[in-house]
Design a protein around this ligand. Structure first.
Ligand SMILES: [Cu+2]
Length: 284
């Protein structure tokens, strides 16, 4: 039953528009939160980027940070499709159709040990370009030491009804498995033992009281938020979901009678263990 529903991913123009509105609201919210600052850069109207490079106000000490998300296979941008051009560590030919996930509670740690936290869950969807770039305002300037975040939706945020609009609301996790939201939907096709293309749905989420989120810490040495702003790229190396430490032969996880892993605690644990090595930070 859940597998049938999971196959429905109605990404429509309407949902994209709704998401744009959510993004706009979030940006406006960032501006509202900065009440104590005396610069003029944070009005909601300024959320639409303008090409002119206006100098930052004297002594503001903050700048804009753009966080981009990239999805790679074997070091190159993933090609989405129903073909099976890649080979995983177990030797399965596979391809990728869907990459959707949440990253939560982003924390920048600076070389001087100060931290800047951006709380909350952020949704990334390869099909929705507007989710692939996140504009952050009022980020302190300085040399960075590390970037860390939680993969998925932490328990405090992972409650049914927390997201009321698509696309986030489409990540809902079945009530019979505890409700809330998926951490990730990573889907594609692989060539199985019968030499037939077979769908894999690597969906992760909380199950039976275990939430399967994990913290990721990335070395950010060499990155700096300057007065002119900065950009970071968080890279998801998709092949790593299937290896290190656990080599996934997809025949063991996705077959007739076991179409998904949402209700498979061993698979959820194994996937979360592999997740520790999935992310890298793009070069400065
Ligand atoms: Cu699912």
């Amino acid at each position: 039953m859940s597998a049938a529903r999971d196959s429905l991913h109605p990404v429509t123009v309407t949902s994209a528009l709704a998401h744009a509105l959510v993004l706009a609201a979030a940006l406006a919210g960032c501006g509202d939160d900065s009440g104590g600052h005396d610069d003029d850069h944070d009005h909601p109207d300024a959320a639409v980027e303008t090409p002119d490079a206006e100098p930052p106000p004297d002594g503001a000490g903050t700048a804009a940070l753009t966080v981009g998300y990239a999805h790679l296979v074997d070091g190159a941008p993933v090609t989405i499709g129903t073909e099976t051009p890649y080979t995983n560590a177990a030797g399965n030919a596979y391809g990728v159709t869907v990459v959707r996930y949440f990253l939560s509670d982003l924390v920048l740690t600076y070389a001087d040990d100060t931290e800047h936290e951006v709380a909350g869950a952020y949704y990334v969807d390869h099909d929705l370009p507007e989710t692939m770039t996140r504009a952050l305002a009022d980020v302190p300037t300085g040399e960075l030491a590390s970037v860390r975040f939680v993969f998925g939706v932490p328990p405090a945020l992972n409650v049914t009804g927390a997201f009321t609009a698509p696309p986030e609301s489409l990540m809902e996790w079945p009530e019979m498995m505890g409700g809330g939201y998926h951490h990730m939907k990573f889907e594609g096709r692989y060539v199985n033992e019968a030499a037939e293309p077979f769908q894999f749905r690597a969906h992760s989420g909380p199950l039976s009281g275990t939430d399967y989120t994990f913290e990721v810490v990335l070395d950010a040495t060499g990155h700096e938020v300057t007065a002119d702003g900065a950009s970071l790229t968080i890279e998801m190396n998709l092949e790593e979901w299937f290896e290190n430490p656990n080599t996934w032969d997809l025949n063991d996880f996705f077959y007739t009678g076991h179409m998904g892993i949402m209700n498979d605690a061993a698979a959820q644990l194994s996937l979360s263990q592999n997740g520790a090595g999935v992310f890298t930070l793009g070069a400065p």
